[in-house]
Each structure stands twice: as C-alpha cells, then as structure tokens.
Design a protein around this ligand. Structure first.
Ligand SMILES: Cc1cc2nc3c(=O)[nH]c(=O)nc-3n(C[C@H](O)[C@H](O)[C@H](O)COP(=O)(O)OP(=O)(O)OC[C@H]3O[C@@H](n4cnc5c(N)ncnc54)[C@H](O)[C@@H]3O)c2cc1C
Length: 514
C-alpha cells in the first residue's frame, strides 16, 4: 500500500493546480484522473479577479511556469502553442436591441483569456508531473473507505491496480462528482436560481458579431459575448485556433420550448430564438459533439468532512453567466492551501466548507436575479452593475494590497454593500413595469456609488464602459489611495504599456461630447 499525504481526484485545471501547490508545500500527492488528456472540457472564460487569484497563487507557491497564463500578452510569448482566446471584456446583446459592453482591461497585453481547456488542462497536468506529482490517468476508484486517520483508496489506473492510504482526499471531479456519489450526499437547493439546462459545443467557421455601433471600448468579439433573451442566454467565446465555444443556458420552461434535450437539432431553434446570431453561425460547423446538460446548477449537501474536502467546483455550480466558476475554484484552492499543512486540518476544513458555501450562495443570488430580469434589459443591466462595481473594487483593492477593503466574494461580507445588495437582488425578482425598474436602477446606483470605480451607470457612457486611468484616479478616495499610489499600481500592472492607454481614448472623448 502506498502512503501519501493527499489524494486529489480529478485532473481538470483545479485538481492539477491544487496538486502542484500541495507538492510545493512539501506534501506527497497522488493525482487521479478518470480520463486522459487532452480532452474537451467546458468552463473557459477567465476574469480579472480569477487571473489576479491565479497570479497570487503562482507567486505564493512558486509556480513561475504557470504564471504566464494570467495575461494574454505573457501567455502568447511563453506558450503560443497552447490555444486560448482574447478577452477584453463582457459584451451583452439583448433581444430588445439593448447592448452593454464592459471592458475589463485597457489593452490586449494585460487582457484576460478564454482557456481552450483541452490544451490548458493538458499543459497543467504535465506541469504537475514535471514538478513531481504522482499522476495516474484512466483511474477507476473502486473502493473509498474513510477512517479516523485518513482514507484508503483502491482501484485501477488502466490495467494497473492501486492501493493508497491518504491523510486527506480532495475531490476535484466537478459537480455531482466522486464524493457526492460515494458518500451518498444530499443535493441542496440553490436559492434564487431557477432550474436551468444547457446545450453547447465547439464550432469552426463562426463569423463576427454585428454590433449596433462602430465605436466600442474594445472589439466586441474579443470578449465573453452574451446574447440575452427572456429565460435564457447564449455565450460565444472565440479562441485563437479558429474554434469558437458557444452554448445556451435556459430555464427549464424555455429549454423545453427549445427541446434542448434533442441535442444538435435544438441548436437551430436556439438560433431562431436569437436572430442576431443567425448570420454568425450560417457557415458554422460543430467540431465537437453537442453536449446537453439536464441540470446546470448544483449544490452538494456537504462540502467537507474530517478527512475530505471538495473543491468549490465539486461543491457546487450556479451558471456560466458572468464567469464566476474559475474565481470561486481559485478562492477555494487558496483557502485549502493555507490549511493543508496545519496540525488542525479537520477543524479548519469546516471553516473552509462554510466559506465555500457562502461564496456559492452569493453567486447564486446574483445570477438568480439576472435570470429573473432577462426579459427586462434595463433591470438586467442594473443587476449586472452590482457585479461590475463589486469586482472592480475587489480587483483594485487586491492590486493596491488593501485586501481589507474587499470583504468576501463580490463584497458580500462588506457591512454596507453586502446587506444592501441582498435586498436589491431579492427585489429584482419582483419588478413590475418601467417605473419600478427606474426606481430599482436608481437604488442600485445609490448603493454602488461609494464603491463605483468605473463610472458604472453614467448616462454619458451609454452602457459602454471602457477602462480608463483617469476614472480610477478620480475615484481614488473610494479606495483610500493617493494619486501616487494609483499611478504606481497602474505602472506595476502594465496599464500604461500600450500607446493609447493612460489617457482618454477617442471613444471616451466622443462619448463625453455626445
Ligand atoms: C456550461 C458551463 C460553462 C462554464 N463556463 C465557465 C466560464 O466561462 N468561466 C468560468 O469561470 N467557469 C465556467 N464554468 C465553470 C467551470 O467549468 C468550472 O469552474 C471549472 O471547470 C472547474 O474546474 P475543475 O478542474 O475544478 O473541474 P472540472 O473542469 O469539472 O474537471 C473535473 C475533472 O475530474 C475528472 N473526473 C470526474 N470524475 C472523476 C472520478 N470519479 N475520478 C477521477 N477523475 C474524475 C474529469 O474527467 C475532469 O478531468 C462553466 C461550467 C459549465 C457547466
């Protein structure tokens, strides 16, 4: 029998990263994957917050070879062979014709990315092995027994049997994964979220989005593109290898109307529902089988025990909307990493579970409110501004090294922002008519004002939010920073490394005049 400190089940990006970190902490680790790499995986779009978290993990746990993945520019220089997409922001197009464009970076060099998971996950698992992690693929776990001192895991990796004793097991197998099934855990409800279904694939020959205006804060397709309609939305993410990821997420009622469970034939009905997409997909060819998910959201009834813990991605999932999955997974990895070497792991795992659940519920309340307002773009926009105001303040606080300003995921633990946002998110489910929506939007803008670093809600910007140094400088008192501190932060993050950055762009100037 092999004795190790840690067995991690599941070698997606979460499992491989957790394994690398545990190894760097001096623990002996076995990483078990049921499949083989490279393989198709979904969950592709990163955000400034997820990239900041990954950057911090790479620094803290000395993973310099993973660090280039946190920005488009460094990625292209270090690993041009690993496919990804350029993500400059979030683009929303509504069935009513409404548009919302929120930039996340001032230029490509420091932009976010969409991960082409087949290649990124393969790269990460190879990095884990390079560091010395014991990796076994084609792993079938046949028995898993927990005792006071750890777990005994018996199974086969391909034809080869394994018999391992581990002090701790981390489940990185995704929703409804290994431990949920092995321990026969209950499924808990996801507050505020409707039941939803999904259908998705990868395509080639997808053409560009038609945007209502020619002047935009970034090229609209270099983004996570969302097409929103009542009861659902479609994502379109473009990679740099000619492949585009696209899929729909919809409430059960809409999924039934579209008969998503039919798979490929339902995609044509999705395109009928979102006419703007039709020309884009006219010549498109699916290069992966369509995958149908009968239930997107999931929340495990338990997240950790004495000798086990689930990564956030195994503990639950809300929805791809706003790309919260990576950030939540990385927050969980960071928390687990801090407690792995503690003499008191079991007790600390309970705190880990509580925080993980709290973050999941925060995401659930937000995304539930977005689903509730999908038929009302003004309200949908207002709800999304709660998210953008919270994340941009969190990101800036992290960059300034003032973590205390950003309490909890999306400022959920902030004594003012947290409770006020919760009230608004509940109210979003009950909005009636234009006047109510206007009052709601007004209240959102009032709540975000002390945290708003990006002129969110400024009518002069007409739902097009660029990233400008001057806006941050103007709002510096909201993060208790001096002009010099903001300038130093911008310098350090590479904000001004582009010729057009650090001064107002033509776009902004023209919007101001308008
Ligand atoms: C439709 C959809 C779209 C999404 N889009 C986004 C997005 O744009 N941005 C974002 O941030 N998040 C997104 N997410 C969430 C994202 O997918 C997850 O946060 C992310 O995949 C978590 O990574 P992971 O490595 O922890 O788990 P996974 O990617 O789920 O990997 C799990 C691994 O475990 C392996 N495995 C499964 N069972 C076993 C077993 N019994 N034994 C051993 N191995 C096993 C699997 O083969 C796989 O390799 C999306 C999710 C869905 C469903």
């Amino acid at each position: 029998m092999v004795q190790v400190d840690l067995v991690i089940a599941g070698a997606g990006f979460g499992g491989s990263l957790m394994a690398m970190i545990a190894h760097q902490l001096g623990l002996s680790v076995v990483l078990l994957e049921q499949g083989t790499h490279p393989r198709m995986a979904i969950g592709e779009s990163t955000t400034p917050l997820s990239n900041l978290l990954l950057e911090r993990l790479c620094k803290t746990y000395d993973l310099p070879r993973v660090a280039p993945l946190v920005k488009w520019g460094s990625w292209q220089r270090a690993y041009p062979q690993v496919a990804c997409g350029l993500k400059r922001g979030f683009s929303f197009f509504h069935q009513s014709g409404g548009e919302l464009l929120v930039a996340a970076s001032p230029h490509n060099e420091i932009a976010d990315t969409h991960w082409y998971r087949a290649e990124v996950d393969h790269f990460l698992v190879m990095e884990a092995q390079r560091l010395g992690v014991n990796y076994r693929d084609r792993a079938r776990i046949e028995t898993l027994d927990f005792a006071e001192d750890g777990a005994t895991i018996v199974g086969h990796a391909g034809e080869e049997p394994f018999h391992i004793h581990a002090r701790l097991v981390i489940d990185a197998t995704g929703p409804r994964g290994l431990l949920y099934r092995a321990l026969q855990l209950a499924e808990s409800p996801m507050p505020g979220m409707p039941a939803t279904e999904s259908l998705y694939s990868h395509f080639t020959e997808v053409s560009g989005t038609e945007c209502g205006e020619s002047i935009t804060p970034y090229p609209v397709d270099d983004a996570a593109v969302h097409h929103v309609f009542e009861g659902g939305w479609v994502w379109v993410l473009r990679f740099n290898n000619g492949v585009t990821s696209a899929g729909v997420a919809a409430t059960q009622a809409v999924a039934k109307e579209l008969a998503l469970s039919d798979g490929e034939p339902a995609w044509a009905r999705v395109l009928d529902r979102v006419p703007r997409l039709k020309p884009q997909f006219e010549r498109a060819v699916a290069c992966q089988p369509f995958r149908y998910m009968p239930a997107i959201s999931f929340r495990s009834g338990a997240i950790a025990g004495k000798r086990w813990a689930m990564l956030p991605s195994a503990a639950g999932f809300v929805d791809p909307l706003l790309s919260t999955g990576f950030a939540l997974t990385l927050l969980g990895i960071e928390r687990l990493a801090r407690i792995l070497r503690s003499s008191d792991v079991s007790r600390q795992l309970q705190t880990y579970a509580e925080q993980t659940e709290c973050e999941l519920l925060t995401a659930s309340r937000l995304i539930g409110a977005l689903y509730a307002t999908m038929g009302n773009f003004a309200a949908f926009t207002a709800v999304s501004l709660l998210y953008f105001a919270a994340v941009s303040l969190s990101e800036t606080s992290q960059r300034l090294g003032k973590l205390e300003l950003a309490a909890g995921f999306l400022l959920d633990q902030h004594p003012v922002f947290g409770p006020a946002t919760r009230v608004l998110l509940e109210r979003a489910h009950k909005l009636r008519g234009d006047e109510d929506t206007r009052a709601f939007t007004h209240e959102v803008l009032r709540v975000i004002e002390p945290f708003n670093l990006g002129r969110f809600g400024d009518p002069a910007l007409r739902n097009r939010y660029p990233v400008h140094a001057e806006d941050l400088l103007d709002a510096r008192s909201k993060v208790g920073a001096s002009r010099e501190e903001i300038m130093a932060m911008l310098e350090k993050t590479g904000f001004s490394d582009s010729p057009s950055a650090n001064r107002r762009s033509l776009h902004s100037a023209s919007v101001k005049k308008a």
